[in-house]
Design a protein around this ligand. Sequence first.
Ligand code: ZN
Length: 309
Amino acid sequence: MQILRLQPIFQSTVWGGTALVDFAYKEAPKQAGECWGISAHPHGDCLIANGEYKGRTLSWCYANRRELFGNLKDAVFPLLVKVIGAEKDLSIQVHPDDAYAMEREHGSLGKTECWYILDCKKDASIVIGHHARNKKELQEYIEEGRFRELIRELPIQPGDFFHIEPGCLHAIKGGTLLLETQQSSDVTYRVYDYDRLSNGKKRTLHTKESIDCICTPHVDYPLQPETIGLSGAMITTYVSCPYFTVQKWSIEGEFWTHNCHPFINVSVIEGAGTCNEEEIKKGDHLIITSQTESVLLTGSMVLIVSFVR
Ligand code: ZN
């Protein structure tokens, strides 16, 4: 039986605030914008908080105990799970795909990401997509600084789910708390940052890379969430793309399942209960490794779960 409990890493950001503290993380510093709950990325490599590997990093476990991850062939632990609490707007941005990142970003992975909205203020919105019909129009909008006309904003509410592929222009706006599941990458091209200052300076914009990467015209990713009811759980599958599958497991009572994945990432977003012997509660992040063949979840809780194919 191997369940790895992870110690979250907090990142302070210009747009952070107290949303992460209010959610579950009393220890989060002021201005914390991101909680990296499951990460082996060098910019925030989580420590294991329990069992035999306590004090080791997730990247160490992945490099030296690959059998815990079904002997996956990926060179690095492939996923990164964050809770993002935005008090102010994030920059309008785009991420490269694997091929562009490999060539331009020292062999990094590209970034496909998805969002489950945990909470948001009334009338909150999110930026996904744009109105440019082709690259030439896109270039004109950006070079003329007509960002408000360029972007497409959508209203959001708690429980909404969005899938952002590389090349999709996007931004999380202030007053939003969400859980992000993404490829393990930290490459972001900023298109526009509202002319804000960070430590007295404007953050770098990546105009050329952004124009290279943004897909024109914008096409929405075709999401078709499906929910099934099982004994003790309702399972909603939001997305199953080449990089990950993301589901919501709403547990009520006892739910038993067989683990047929190399590993399962689990983030508790509501309630409390147990996962085999581990007591878990809102805000906790764990990895059910491939050494755990049967999983028993009990309690009254909601989990966001992800795994690779
Ligand atoms: Zn992003």
